[in-house]
Design a protein around this ligand. Structure first.
Ligand code: GLU
Length: 304
């Protein structure tokens, strides 16, 4: 493949959806490379989305992320979608779910959720449903004290997921949050609505999000969307075996690029970590694309 493929009619898009709260680190860039390769080699288009609903998001960081991606050759087919510009869309979807009786207010604090009694085999981290059956009077009394978050009244406790790397499994679905108490739409709502809006048929992202996938696929099902193909990429770990974070200064921001000798060195190292390049080989995205096979991606984390 010698350049961005024209998306085949109906194939939809692959995507990369960074949160602009810190510069892209080595693991983020590696996932973005896999997302681009998976999209291009399957005849899909490629789009970006800036997931800036979190208050830690900064426009300047989003700009640096786009610039870093572009230095690696990762350029989207259309202007990136920006979540903070789409609040009205999320509200509309929320109203639709509310009209269908699928949303209820939740007044629980984090601590109350942790301490609430739960069914013996309830999966860790799942909301125990405390506020689901409050009476109207109980809701009114609690609403006078604190504003509620809004949760999905899920009709299932598990939903099937098929992942290109992790196989098929039934993942946990609980009454997850759709909108926070301050009115901000939750990540799980925005990501599902936006993937559909961007005609995303292939979701490639870090495997820290594998556990959210059943919730998202179920919500997409409720909204009548087609389930995308999933590929969750193993994380990059530091020498201590921890996932990369801002503290790994040498592996994020300007020092990452310096340490790897710029875009060429970085792409080479990423290609090598994916089994697509030999040591110190100079590669380009199209060279990696010609060797890429999603079924032969390393299933283990990359420790640097
Ligand atoms: N914005 C999320 C992140 O940067 C990724 C969300 C997704 O790919 O679904 O971790």
């Amino acid at each position: 493949m010698t350049g961005p493929a024209v998306p085949a009619a109906g194939a939809g898009n692959g995507r990369y959806a960074p949160s602009p709260s810190s510069d892209l680190h080595l693991g983020n860039l590696r996932t973005a490379v896999v997302a681009w390769l998976a999209a291009r080699t399957s005849g899909r288009g490629f789009v970006l989305r800036i997931e800036d609903l979190d208050e830690r998001s900064r426009p300047a960081i989003a700009q640096r992320q786009l610039a870093d991606l572009s230095r690696l050759g990762i350029v989207p087919d259309a202007a990136p979608m920006v979540q903070s510009e789409r609040l009205a869309v999320y509200q509309e979807v929320l109203s639709d779910l509310r009209e269908r009786g699928l949303v209820y207010p939740c007044f629980c604090s984090r601590r109350e959720i942790l301490e609430a009694p739960r069914a013996p085999h309830a999966p860790p981290g799942a909301y125990p449903g405390t506020c689901r059956h409050l009476t109207a009077a109980e809701r009114a009394a609690k609403a006078a004290v604190r504003p509620p978050a809004w949760r999905l009244a899920a009709g299932v406790t598990a939903w099937p997921v098929t992942d290109r790397l992790h196989g098929s499994f039934d993942g946990v679905v609980d009454d997850f949050v759709l909108a926070r108490a301050d009115g901000t739409p939750a990540y799980n709502l925005a990501v599902v609505v936006d993937d559909a809006a961007q005609a995303v048929t292939q979701v490639v992202r870090g495997d820290d999000l594998l556990s959210s996938t059943a919730r998202q696929a179920y919500l997409g099902h409720l909204l009548g969307y087609t389930t995308p193909e999933y590929l969750h990429v193993p994380l990059v770990l530091n020498r201590a075996g921890q996932r990369l974070s801002k503290r790994d200064g040498a592996l994020a921001g300007p020092s990452l690029w310096e340490n790897y000798g710029g875009a060429e060195g970085l792409l080479g190292a990423i290609g090598q970590s994916l089994g697509l390049a030999s040591v110190r080989e100079v590669v380009t995205l199209p060279i990696l694309a010609a060797r890429f096979d999603p079924d032969r991606l390393p299933a283990q984390p990359w420790t640097v």
